[in-house]
Ligand binder design. Structure first.
Ligand SMILES: Cc1cc2nc3c(=O)[nH]c(=O)nc-3n(C[C@H](O)[C@H](O)[C@H](O)COP(=O)(O)OP(=O)(O)OC[C@H]3O[C@@H](n4cnc5c(N)ncnc54)[C@H](O)[C@@H]3O)c2cc1C
Length: 458
């Protein structure tokens, strides 16, 4: 167990795992194919952000790094829905003061993790070093030095593969060990754009909300940045009809599309068409692998093991939870293999559950948030939580605000609660139209008390 550990990838997962392992007193070697993002601005001024929630915060806290991250966070208290006519509706995420999610800059967070690893544990990743091939049997990792162009070999085991959704380690597991992998790509892609700060540096729309412009088959979202800007993301079909990326190939089609569907943001985004033409379309998908490790030699971690679609804002949060879990198992297991095996047995049902919920949330965000029954069900779920806090926690809250409830429990319980909400709202148009006695009887008759305190939160 005491050989130096190699971590492949110094993204969010690799950087946090390096901290966890160094805290255990292990020697850690980190290899990253990109340049050091603390020295090179790789996104040419683009500010890409993510939603950080309780699971991610818990893992950052346990690693002792949350205090460094906190200054980067902007709390978002709910969704601000933008109707086509410009009407705004605010739907809070939770009903307690701590029930918020946080917008955080991806490169900012990555920098903080790398700085922390360096300052506290002397970890200096080797940047511009790309894994090119692996041989599990011969315990060999072939690396390319992107600066000199030379290749070299190093011992492989033990290897933690935090090399993202396109993981070369996962592909080697498939080729050499027969690991079966399914990659389900969406027919929708995404494009990131900017809504700049006002002249005085302030946010031009509410900074404490995640803004959504749901339009049925597609949507626009915006998350705030510390510099007063928002990162705006368009999720849209790749092909088919007039409302798709393939059709938006000129200034005039882009301007017309935004004027038709998102008229309220057009005046706020002066560089819209130029940025649109310059920025790439990203792909999204879910990765299911039927094994995550190669004996005691290697384990997949984070997106390399289980990339998911971004609609629950949980990909990174799940990756951080992986780091916490793997650290815990490595501390208690006697050998790498049993820690890796146990990690898969424990985490796979949870990551399958969040993968499914993230896909469901795509429909909810782009579509059902416009449905009046959606608002009623949301209102009712808060009411049921108030009346029965030990039995009913809205599914969104279980996922986002309760790290002590595993994803698989949130998913299973969420299904039962969803049926209950549909039944209670079927005939009603408002909360007042639902008999309290019926609510109480259904909740106590259907849901066992949760094994956790509903008051837990960050
Ligand atoms: C549009 C979008 C929005 C998202 N929003 C959210 C959100 O709001 N909240 C949330 O929790 N999650 C979100 N996610 C998910 C989140 O971005 C990922 O789950 C997270 O970045 C995964 O981190 P990772 O370190 O595992 O992988 P990556 O971030 O992919 O990092 C992998 C690293 O490995 C390096 N690497 C790859 N191959 C090699 C190699 N051969 N040799 C050496 N190095 C290599 C790469 O250069 C990279 O630095 C979003 C994702 C997308 C696409």
């Amino acid at each position: 167990m005491k050989r130096p550990v190699t971590i492949l990838g110094a993204g969010l997962t690799g950087a946090l795992m390096a901290i966890y392992l160094a805290r255990q007193g292990r020697q850690v070697l980190v290899y990253e194919r990109r340049p050091d993002l603390r020295k090179v601005d790789m996104d040419a001024g683009r500010s890409i952000n993510l939603a950080l929630a309780d699971r991610g915060i818990h893992a950052l806290r346990e690693a002792g790094v949350f205090a460094d991250v906190e200054p980067l966070l902007i709390p978002m208290r709910g969704r601000m829905l933008h109707a086509p006519d410009g009407t705004l509706t605010f739907a809070p995420y939770g009903q307690r003061p701590h029930e918020v999610i946080h917008s955080v800059s991806r490169p900012g967070l990555n920098r903080v993790l790398l700085d922390h690893a360096q300052r506290h544990y002397g970890i200096e990743p080797r940047f511009l070093q790309a894994a090119r091939a692996l041989d599990f049997e011969r315990d060999e990792l072939v690396m390319l030095d992107e600066v000199s162009g030379d290749t070299y070999q190093k011992p492989l085991a033990p290897l933690i593969a935090a090399d993202g959704a396109g993981s070369i380690v996962r592909r080697a597991m498939t080729g050499q060990l027969g690991v079966r992998v399914r990659e389900d790509l969406l027919d929708h892609g995404y494009k990131e754009l900017t809504l700049p700060a006002g002249r005085d540096g302030s946010h031009r729309i509410d900074r404490n909300a995640l803004h959504i412009w749901p339009r049925g088959g597609f949507m626009l979202i915006a998350l705030p940045n510390i510099d007063g800007s928002f990162t705006v993301t368009l999720f849209l079909a790749l092909k088919g009809g007039t409302d798709c990326f393939a059709a938006l190939d000129s200034r005039s089609t882009i301007d017309a599309f935004f004027a038709r569907h998102f008229p309220d943001v057009v005046p706020l985004m002066p560089g819209l068409a130029r940025e649109f033409l310059e920025h790439p379309v990203g792909r999204m998908g879910t990765i299911h692998a039927d094994a995550w490790s190669a004996g005691e030699a290697a384990v997949l971690l984070g997106d390399a093991a289980h990339a998911i679609v971004p609609f629950h804002g949980q990909g990174m949060n799940a990756c951080f939870e992986d780091c916490f879990e793997l650290d815990r198992l490595l501390r208690s297991a006697g050998d790498w293999k049993s820690a890796f095996d146990r990690f898969f047995q424990l985490r796979k049902p949870d990551t399958d559950a969040i993968a499914a919920m993230a896909l469901e949330n795509f429909l909810e965000m782009r579509d059902t948030v416009r449905d009046p029954k959606f608002m009623l069900r949301k209102e009712l779920s808060f009411e049921l939580e108030r009346r029965h806090p030990e039995r009913f926690i809205p599914r969104y809250s279980m996922v986002m605000f309760h790290h002590e409830i595993p994803y698989r429990v949130a998913f299973e319980r969420g299904r039962v609660q969803g049926e209950l909400l549909t039944r209670l709202t079927d005939e009603a148009d408002s909360l007042a139209g639902i008999p309290v006695a019926q609510m109480d009887a259904l909740v106590t008759g259907t849901l066992d008390p949760l094994p956790v305190s509903p008051a837990v939160g960050n």
